[in-house]
Design a protein around this ligand. Sequence first.
Ligand SMILES: Cc1cc2nc3c(=O)[nH]c(=O)nc-3n(C[C@H](O)[C@H](O)[C@H](O)COP(=O)(O)O)c2cc1C
Length: 187
Amino acid sequence: MSPTRDVPGAGTPEKTSEDDELDRHRRRVLWALPTGLYLIGSRHGEEVNLMTANLVVQVCMEPKLVGVALERDSVTARLVNQGGSFTISLLHRADRDVVRRFVKPVTEVERAPDGAILSMSGHPVTEAGPGRAPVLTAAAGYLVCALSRAEELGSHTLVIGEVVDIGGEPAEAEILRMEDTRMHYGG
Ligand SMILES: Cc1cc2nc3c(=O)[nH]c(=O)nc-3n(C[C@H](O)[C@H](O)[C@H](O)COP(=O)(O)O)c2cc1C
């Protein structure tokens, strides 16, 4: 079944209710793809952000590359492109409420007298890696990635980064996954 029908004489195809049902069905199947739920840290100069994301996956073993799909117009996409790196905080399942605090650009940033970032949106953070992008201090583990390429896909930009630093020991932890929440993203 094609997703759209051509209407004779019309410049754009008309959507039918069958097409709408196909759209909904496709979204439900895409939503069922199991994913984790992470915080992406970014920084350019003194501007920082932390963003909730589930479209995150390792994409190469040698070199160690991780891909993250970022909304094209997001603050994070801009900071990753400008700053050249990003972090991925893996969260404990018990911390699932934290992700709700990072679905809008962060405006509340607490800094030490020397400028080091202490907390964002009320949650303690630590600067990690050469780019000093933030990671959640309570993270079960984290990756620091140096941007190696960015591919404009449409709604999202796929950023691929090489893992240059890691922290934490998440093997024993229960890591937060999308299915631990009632939220959906993607589809
Ligand atoms: C459960 C959930 C998962 C999300 N996953 C992603 C994602 O993978 N990529 C993305 O760009 N935005 C994702 N978002 C949306 C961003 O968290 C939100 O739009 C973000 O604040 C915008 O990015 P910014 O703060 O960098 O401007 C997700 C939101 C939720 C609630």
